[in-house]
Design a binder for this molecule. Sequence first.
Ligand SMILES: Nc1ncnc2c1ncn2[C@@H]1O[C@H](COP(=O)(O)OP(=O)(O)OP(=O)(O)O)[C@@H](O)[C@H]1O
Ligand SMILES: CC(C)(CO)[C@@H](O)C(=O)NCCC(=O)O
Ligand SMILES: [K+]
Length: 249
Amino acid sequence: MILELDCGNSFIKWRVLEASNARISAEGVVGSDDALIESLIALPGLLLTRCRLVSVRALEETDKLVAALVEAFGVTVSCAGSAREMAGVRNGYEEFERLGLDRWLAMLGAYKLASGACVVLDFGTAATADFIDVDGQHLGGFICPGLPLMRNQLRTHTRKIRYDDAAAERALERLSPGRTTVEAVERGCTLMLRGFVLTQLELARGYWGEEFTVFLTGGDADLVRDAAPQARLIPDLVFVGLAMACPLS
Ligand SMILES: Nc1ncnc2c1ncn2[C@@H]1O[C@H](COP(=O)(O)OP(=O)(O)OP(=O)(O)O)[C@@H](O)[C@H]1O
Ligand SMILES: CC(C)(CO)[C@@H](O)C(=O)NCCC(=O)O
Ligand SMILES: [K+]
């Protein structure tokens, strides 16, 4: 069995694949290294042969996680690394190694699935956009605060914005102007993300007319789906790219 990990800034997304047919036999989202190891140990019949991971965390944090995996499961771990070019995609950053690896892998996956010009929109801790031309050239991208960061900035820097997660979820049943604080904040931030999507689509039309594919991914992608009805929602886009960057044969 193969363990795949996407280590973001807030969460670790994990899944276990059968080595023979690449079917997903278990998956989850956890908040810490310890929670990951616990979730995996709890799986009946787990026999890990390999592990591949992508991390946007600090090197020391990633090394610590790798060491914990080796210790707990005796597994060999491959980590995705930066590249100037891979699978037909050319990294557009001035310093290619500075581009976030989650963005890079999502781009590899997107370009493979689209076989043409595409925009990748990822909604996690940060919201990111990346543009890939029909010939695989990465034109660059944008990084903004995602919903969790926007919400937390408001909570942290104001005295009177306080509410719980359940209220936040209820507030998003509609997007009309809020009549309570929680509605005003949750709907306002959601509209910011939708505005972000619309702007990226406008930019893409400027480059390519209607000849491009839009990909949505990340934990909050669902919240912006209405803004891009033509988009392909691919929650595991980073994992698609991870398999390309870290082949196990
Ligand atoms: N099962 C889940 N556990 C945690 N968050 C979830 C879950 N499902 C959806 N989410 C949403 O996903 C968001 C987190 O996004 P995601 O997991 O893509 O990235 P992340 O690890 O926070 O950050 P990064 O962008 O660095 O990968 C949260 O704001 C939350 O609302
Ligand atoms: C932007 C995030 C936080 C999105 O997860 C990640 O891709 C990252 O840390 N990137 C490094 C900076 C950059 O991509 O320019
Ligand atoms: K991510």
